[in-house]
Design a protein. Structure first.
Length: 368
């Protein structure tokens, strides 16, 4: 018994003919009569208006049926990727695999890229990044202004990137991208309890201003360059404070800051850091030591005040002695001085004269 099937394929369609699960070819638009005595024939009708040809037997269809005039075929290897544009609009990024796109009704453009270069650069990068599914194939890193990006591949340093946006293919190697702040920063060295040369325990707070000048060194030479600089500052401070007495330290903190900066310069350069300035911000003494210093300062100020009073008294007595000598050697000046005293007394209050000692009246009369 013969079984004949009628297959109608429209102008925008293609027929995929299979017999006994083997692909036999393509059927163009029109009416087709299919003789199938054993029911082993099958025709899958697909639309060419949809550009993507998706089928479980795509490898057979590509190998035995598709021509370059009908479709674009992409057979991407492990180290290849492809960019696809349809009708002038970006469609998607393709990873390794086999793909076919109809070209009869759609304008299809493809670009195959070697992913072994690992970094992806393209004039239409922003459009590509906005496409769906791109994050499955590409890693995106952004470096802001004032920062630097250090890129490593398989544990090896590759390059230092400035501000910008960078894309890298996934599954092309073990990647690491680390962003480093290149701006001026402050490092607080706080709460350091240090023993001075004269066995006084104090708490010290310092601050260091620095800037990373070599991002590669800052990342590769130490695990954490900020912690390394902090540790070096701690050790340097303990050495400097331990070699000084408390009085010397309080008298010249700037000298300690200068020495600390000199000691840190070389070590900071090893970490790729430029040390801008270092300063001691606070020196905090224990409570009993504060009370003792307050008493010492109070005693010093009292002694200084007492000394000033004695100096003034001495100066006043010396002035009186000089005046007495001058009056003794000059009677006329003595008489004028007596008149000045009487004038002030008469001007300020009522003058009352009490006559007592003999001759006093005559002397007052003579003065008046």
């Amino acid at each position: 018994m013969f079984i004949v099937k009628k297959i109608k394929i429209r102008s925008h369609e293609k027929g995929l003919l299979f017999r006994d699960r083997e692909f036999k070819g393509l059927l163009n638009s029109g009416k087709h009569w299919l003789v199938d005595p054993f029911c082993q024939a099958r025709v899958d009708v697909v639309s060419q208006r949809a550009p993507w040809l998706s089928h479980p037997e795509l490898d057979l269809i590509v190998k035995y049926g598709l021509s370059e005039d009908e479709a674009v075929v992409l057979d991407l290897k492990d180290q290849q990727r492809a960019l696809v544009w349809i009708d002038g609009r970006f469609e998607r990024v393709l990873g390794p695999g086999l793909y076919a796109l109809w070209t009869k009704f759609r304008d299809v453009r493809t670009e195959v890229i070697d992913a072994r270069s690992i970094r992806f650069e393209h004039p239409e990068m922003n459009v590509i990044l906005s496409s769906p599914g791109v994050e499955k194939l590409l890693d995106s890193f952004t470096v802001e202004e004032g920062f630097a990006g250090i890129f490593f591949r398989d544990g090896e340093y590759v390059r230092t990137f400035g501000p910008g946006r960078y894309l890298f293919w996934k599954d092309a190697g073990r990647m690491r991208f680390q962003v480093v702040d290149m701006r001026e920063n402050l490092l607080d060295i706080s709460g350091q309890e240090i023993l001075t040369g004269d066995k006084v325990t104090l708490r010290l707070n310092a601050v260091a201003a620095y800037r990373v000048t070599d991002a590669r060194k800052a990342v590769c030479e130490v695990e954490n360059f900020q912690q390394a600089l902090y540790r070096e500052a701690q050790l340097a401070l303990r050495g400097l404070i331990g070699a000084r007495g408390l009085d010397s330290l309080l008298a010249d903190r700037e000298a300690v800051s200068r020495e600390l900066e000199e000691n840190l310069l070389k070590r900071a350069a090893v970490f790729g850091i430029q040390l801008i300035s270092v300063g001691i911000r606070d020196l905090i003494l224990p409570g009993e030591m504060k009370d003792l210093f307050n008493k010492v300062i109070e005693a010093q100020k009292a002694a200084e005040a007492n000394l000033i009073v004695r100096r003034e008294e001495t100066a006043a007595m010396r002035s009186q002695v000089n005046t007495a000598r001058l009056l003794e050697n000059n009677p006329t000046l003595m008489r004028l001085r007596e008149l000045e005293v009487l004038e002030r007394v008469a001007g300020n209050s009522e003058l009352k004269v009490v006559l007592g000692e003999k001759g006093l009246a005559d002397r007052i009369v003579n003065l008046l």
